[in-house]
Design a binder for this molecule. Structure first.
Ligand code: NAP
Length: 340
C-alpha cells in the first residue's frame, strides 16, 4: 500500500474485503503492472486518499461472491479488472492478496491458461473496447471527450469484413496489441505501427501490415497502405499519445480529410476540426458484453490470445515495488507481472 505519493510501497495489513451484490472477491494469484500504477505512485493521479492500494488487474481464484451472483462461484479461476480508479476504495486495488472486482468486469480463465498469462488482459481489454465501441462520446475527464468510433464488438465467429480499416500507433504496446486483436475480431482491418523487432507479435494479433515507427517515410507508407486497401478509413488509435506520435497521427489524418483519433492521454490541442479526437477512460461499462460473452469462449477456442506475454519478476507482494521500477524503465511487447 502507498501512504503518500512519491514514496515506496509498503506491505501491510488491510481489512479483509467482502463481496457486496454485483461483486466478487478474488484471492489473487498474479497481478500486472501498468504505466498508470507508476503515475499513481509518483504524482498521486487518480488517488482519492491515502493509504491507497494501487493496481488495475488481477488473476486468481474466486473467494466469495455477492448474494446475487450467478455466473461465478467460490473456487473459479478468473481474471478481472479493478475499479479503484473510480471508487478510490483500497479493497478495489489489485496489489493485495484479496481484491473486490465487479462481476461485470471479470471472466472465467480457462485451465489451459496460467494466471501469469491471463493477468495481462483485463486493463488493456477494457481500454481497447472503450477506444473502439463507444458510440456517443462521454467525458474521460473534465473538458476531454472519450472517442466515439462506434465500431462493433469482437465476434466469436469468423469475423465478416465490415469494409473498414484502422491504424494502430504503438502496435506492440499492451493496449495496441489488444486494440489490434479486438478490432480484427470485429471484422475491421488493422495497419500497425511498432518497433521493427515487434512486427511478428503485432501480426499474431491480426495486423495485416506493420510499419516501423522509426521509418522516416512512415506517414507516406501508412497513407499508401490505407489507400491501397480500398477500405473505409476509420482513423487512428494511438497507444503512445506523445507529442511525437500526435504529429505523425495528424499528418496521416490530413491525407484523408480527418477521421477519429483515439488517444490514451489527452488528445492534441492543435487537432483540426475534421479530426474527432478523444481520450479513452479504461474503466468503462461499454466493455461489459465483451467480458460476459466473449473473453472466456474466445480464450477457450484460442481465438483470443493473452498478449503481450508476461515478464514475471517475483513472487509475493514485496516484489511489487521492484516491478513498478521495471515497468517505469520501459517495456517492449511484454507486461511486468508479480505472482502471489
Ligand atoms: N486512458 C486510459 O484509460 C489508459 C488505459 C491504458 C493505458 N493508458 C496509457 O497508455 C499508454 C500505453 O500503455 P500500455 O500499457 O499499452 O504501454 P506499454 O505496453 O508499456 O508500451 C510499451 C510499448 O510502447 C511502444 N512504443 C514506445 N514509443 C513508441 C513510439 N514512438 N512509437 C510506437 N511505439 C512506441 C514500444 O514499442 P517497441 O518496443 O515496439 O518500440 C513498447 O512495446 C501509457 O501511457 C498508459 O498510461 C491509458
Amino acid at each position: 500500500m502507498a501512504h503518500r505519493s512519491h514514496t515506496p510501497l509498503q506491505v501491510g495489513d488491510a481489512p479483509m474485503p467482502t463481496a457486496a451484490p454485483g461483486e466478487i472477491v478474488v484471492n489473487n494469484s498474479a497481478v500486472a503492472i501498468n504505466p498508470l500504477d507508476c503515475h499513481m505512485q509518483d504524482i498521486g493521479v487518480f488517488v482519492r486518499k491515502f493509504p491507497a492500494i494501487f493496481g488495475c488487474e488481477v488473476a486468481g481464484i474466486v473467494y466469495e461472491v455477492g448474494s446475487d451472483i450467478q455466473d461465478f462461484k467460490k473456487g473459479d479461476r478468473v481474471i478481472g479488472h479493478t475499479i479503484n480508479l473510480v471508487s478510490g476504495r483500497p479493497q478495489d486495488g489489485a496489489f493485495a492478496l484479496y481484491t473486490v472486482i465487479p462481476a461485470s468486469k471479470a471472466a472465467i480463465l480457462p485451465d489451459t491458461i496460467s494466471f501469469t498469462e491471463g493477468v495481462v488482459v483485463p486493463f488493456a481489454l477494457e481500454a481497447a473496447v472503450c477506444a473502439l465501441s463507444v458510440k456517443e462520446p462521454g467525458l474521460a475527464m473534465p473538458g476531454v471527450p472519450t472517442p466515439g468510433l462506434g465500431l462493433p464488438y469482437p465476434s466469436l465467429q469468423t469475423a465478416i469484413s465490415t469494409g473498414k480499416i484502422l491504424v494502430v500507433y504503438g502496435g506492440s504496446a499492451a493496449t495496441g496489441l489488444m486494440v489490434t486483436q479486438v478490432t480484427t475480431a470485429a471484422g475491421i482491418q488493422v495497419i500497425s505501427i511498432a518497433g521493427a523487432h515487434n512486427f511478428d507479435i503485432s501480426k499474431r494479433c491480426g495486423a495485416v501490415q506493420v510499419f516501423d515507427h522509426k521509418d522516416s517515410s512512415l506517414v507516406k507508407k501508412v497513407v499508401e497502405a490505407v489507400q491501397s486497401s480500398e477500405l473505409e478509413f476509420k482513423g487512428i488509435f494511438d497507444a503512445i499519445s506523445s507529442p511525437g506520435t500526435y504529429a505523425q497521427d495528424l499528418a496521416i489524418l490530413a491525407n484523408f480529410g480527418g477521421g477519429h483519433l483515439a488517444c490514451t492521454h489527452p488528445p492534441p490541442t492543435e487537432a483540426p476540426e475534421n479530426v474527432k479526437a478523444g481520450m479513452i477512460f479504461a474503466v468503462n461499462d461499454v466493455a461489459t458484453p465483451v467480458w460476459e460473452e466473449y473473453v472466456t469462449p474466445a480464450s477457450e477456442s484460442g481465438k483470443f490470445q493473452c498478449l503481450p506475454p508476461p515478464t514475471v519478476v517475483g513472487k509475493g507482494l514485496e516484489h511489487i515495488q521492484e516491478a513498478l521500477k521495471r515497468s517505469k524503465a520501459g517495456v517492449s511487447a511484454t507486461k511486468i507481472v508479480v505472482e502471489l
